[in-house]
Design a protein around this ligand. Structure first.
Ligand SMILES: NC(=O)C1=CN([C@@H]2O[C@H](COP(=O)(O)OP(=O)(O)OC[C@H]3O[C@@H](n4cnc5c(N)ncnc54)[C@H](OP(=O)(O)O)[C@@H]3O)[C@@H](O)[C@H]2O)C=CC1
Ligand SMILES: O=C(CO)COP(=O)(O)O
Length: 336
């Protein structure tokens, strides 16, 4: 394959889609960055920067912001979806009739399908059938750090080796390293559930608890995540890798995480709607908390931390009370 003649289309002009488009274009891959907001695309075209979602990062000349989706689809050999999970189905439904069969479709979205809790590869296969090679890019990746060129490593889950090879070629460089995995379930569940645990870590730190508490939350949260993911068909080794443990550590410990900042704000007494207004970006852990706690009950998996996050978000549970509930649970062996 003559890689150098290929174009990539990134769907979703938020912080993550923009950072990925910047990385691709810096690596000499002609890249279209599609966003739904025409005014924002015009501003990005004029300013050569995404002031709203990724300020102070200049666009390389091979990055072209675009609003006309059909036009963008005409010129693409690879699609990367970076819209929030609530827009995933709609985005695929809009494009699938216009993309040639065999076009690789990769997503960097971290979450479950709105309302149903299905994994996004199930949604993708339902819409696309088996004519399109799919892959999932996930891992500890704050958009701004990636765009700054700080060294970052990710997992790409796919059963199509050629998709990985081409993606790795496009994202190559000294700052971005890709590892392969064939565990679509584990990689997606790690990325979705860690967001809920980052809210928990934010709550804990916002209440003024210390490093001991945070370490306990991360470790016991990971135990919940593993129980849930194994029952769902994930591989255990995936859960110890970048897309799960790596991302869990990142988002539970650094205030660049919007999910963690949500927890901090709630613990400081803000209402959910005040916190949402304050952060003003996608917070995937909110919907995921509802979907995962519901699913955990259905499959009879104990997820006490996730459950308390759900209670705080949806049932007006006082964050302090949520911690009390967790600490006063019946004693049990660490490993069961
Ligand atoms: N930011 C990060 O560091 C990382 C994010 N991710 C994941 O990437 C995904 C996107 O998040 P991120 O870029 O951070 O979010 P942001 O909050 O930065 O931006 C959200 C973007 O999604 C767009 N959007 C919202 N609804 C729709 C819709 N219905 N159709 C099309 N576009 C829509 C928004 O457009 P508008 O401005 O018009 O509302 C905006 O461009 C999430 O799943 C997130 O978990 C993964 C790794 C890192
Ligand atoms: O997934 C992320 C980094 O890997 C971003 O996390 P937040 O959505 O919590 O900001």
């Amino acid at each position: 394959m003559n890689f150098s003649s290929q174009n990539t289309l990134v769907l979703g002009a938020g912080s993550w889609g923009t950072a990925l488009a910047v990385l691709l274009a810096r690596n000499q891959t002609p890249t279209y960055l599609w966003g739904r907001d025409k005014k924002q695309i015009e501003a990005m075209t004029h300013e050569r920067c995404n002031q709203r979602y990724l300020p102070n990062i200049s666009f390389p000349h091979l990055l072209i912001p675009i609003h006309d989706l059909q036009q963008a689809l005409k010129h693409t050999n690879q699609i990367i979806i970076a819209v929030p999970s609530h827009a995933f189905r709609l985005t695929l439904e809009c494009i699938f009739k216009s993309i040639p069969a065999r076009t690789p479709i990769i997503w960097a979205t971290k979450g479950l399908e709105l309302g149903t809790g299905r994994l996004l590869h199930e949604v993708a296969i339902e819409i696309l059938g088996s004519d399109y090679p799919i892959a999932i890019l996930s891992g500890p990746t704050f958009a701004h750090e990636v765009a700054m060129g700080l060294p970052t490593a990710v997992t790409v889950a796919t059963t199509y080796p050629e998709v990985f090879t081409y993606l790795a070629y496009c994202l190559r460089g000294n700052t971005f390293r890709l590892y392969t995995s064939d565990d679509l379930i584990g990689v997606q569940l790690g990325g979705a559930v860690k967001n809920i645990l980052a809210i928990a870590a934010g709550i804990s730190d916002g209440l003024g608890f210390g490093s001991n508490t945070r370490a306990a939350l991360i470790t016991r949260g990971l135990a919940e995540l593993i129980r849930f993911a194994l029952v769902s068909g994930a591989k255990k080794e995936t859960l110890m890798g970048l897309s799960c443990l790596g991302d869990l550590i990142l988002t539970c410990t650094d205030n660049q995480s919007r999910n963690r900042r949500l927890g901090l704000a709630l613990a400081q007494g803000k209402t959910l709607s005040e916190a949402l207004t304050l952060i003003d970006q996608v917070i995937e852990g909110i919907e995921a908390a509802k979907l995962v706690s519901m699913r955990a009950r259905q499959v009879n998996i104990e997820m006490p931390i996730i459950d308390q996050v759900y209670q705080v978000l949806y049932c007006s549970q006082d964050p302090k009370k949520a911690v009390e509930m967790l600490l006063n649970r019946e004693q049990k062996p660490e490993h069961t």
